[in-house]
Design a protein around this ligand. Structure first.
Ligand SMILES: Nc1ncnc2c1ncn2[C@@H]1O[C@H](COP(=O)(O)OP(=O)(O)OP(=O)(O)O)[C@@H](O)[C@H]1O
Ligand SMILES: [Mg+2]
Length: 278
């Protein structure tokens, strides 16, 4: 269990020399090259990089839905990723929250049903599990009335909250959030980030938080890893990388952050853990 790993100082996630290549011959795309990283229990690692840099490929390799060409992925002492395609990691081991909750929430299932199924895939029953469902809805700051509503009845931000509740109610060892705020308006994005920061503290989440925006990652991550064309070019404490990026590419990512260094999401202070910035 997590405590043993923490006590032993062992990482929850260990990726070593990971290579993922799509296709073969002249058409081959080497999406990840010799990527190594670790995530300690209770830690949130941010993963940033421009579009096509391999972020989702890494997330899917961890889930076990991408073929792995070389390297090793160990999560909670279990090797994943070298299995046949389609053999997913256990759902309680990790949960992936995708960018678009429309792709993860069935349009024909209410929020209550979606959470009930996550809680108990065999015996999903909204009436039986109502109390627990409402508890999770409240955790993501939705009211009890959300139980019987369908995805189309919610805003984008609310749908993303349901997707978060659905992933977290399983209490997975690792949560992977892949661009979960990038489709949202800035103010909604800030609210979801604030919520995630709160949940992280409350539930002691171990997280891989993926975004193309370093300023976003900063709100919910301790460390950050920077991907460029499938290779890790920088890794370190998120504040340190933000203030003094070493890699040329990281600097270019920072330059693209609107109005840096004054760039602030609305409600930013609520989620900004750094002190002393005016
Ligand atoms: N199933 C696939 N088959 C072939 N090529 C793929 C596949 N999945 C990803 N790729 C390629 O691998 C590279 C990395 O893609 P990936 O989706 O991981 O990037 P990303 O960093 O998540 O980008 P974005 O920010 O746009 O989501 C790209 O060149 C992409 O075209
Ligand atoms: Mg992606």
């Amino acid at each position: 269990m997590p405590k043993d790993h923490a006590a032993a100082g062992a990482p929850l996630v260990s990726v070593e020399g990971l290579d993922v290549t799509f296709g073969a011959g002249a058409d081959a795309t080497r999406a990840l090259r010799d990527v190594s990283l670790r995530i300690m229990p209770g830690e949130s690692l941010g993963l940033v990089g421009e579009s096509g840099s391999g972020k989702s490929t890494l997330a899917k390799a961890l889930v076990g839905i991408n073929p792995v060409s070389a390297g090793r992925i160990v999560i909670a002492g279990e090797q994943v990723g070298m299995r046949r395609r389609g053999t997913r990691a256990d759902r309680t081991l990790l949960q992936l929250i995708p960018q678009d909750p429309y792709s993860s929430l069935s349009p024909r299932r209410t929020a209550g049903q979606a959470i009930a199924e996550a809680l108990d895939p065999q015996r999903a029953d909204v009436r039986r599990q109502r109390e627990t469902i409402i508890e999770w809805l409240e955790r993501v700051e939705l009211d009890a009335g959300a139980v019987d509503k369908y995805p189309y009845e919610f805003s984008g931000g609310q749908r993303q909250r349901i997707a978060i509740a659905r992933a977290l109610c399983i209490r997975p060892r690792l949560v992977i959030a892949d661009e979960i705020t990038s489709a949202l308006d800035l103010s909604v994005q800030a609210e979801v980030l604030r919520l995630l920061a709160t949940l992280r503290a409350e539930l002691d989440l171990t997280m891989l938080f993926i975004s193309h925006n370093l300023a976003v990652v900063r709100h919910v991550s301790d460390r950050v890893a920077v991907l460029f064309q499938g290779e890790l070019v920088e890794e370190g404490d998120v504040e340190q990388v933000f203030r003094a990026p070493r890699a040329e590419y990281t600097r270019s990512l920072l330059d693209s952050v609107p109005g840096r260094p004054g760039f602030r999401l609305r409600d930013d202070r609520a989620v900004d853990h750094s002190k002393g910035t005016p």
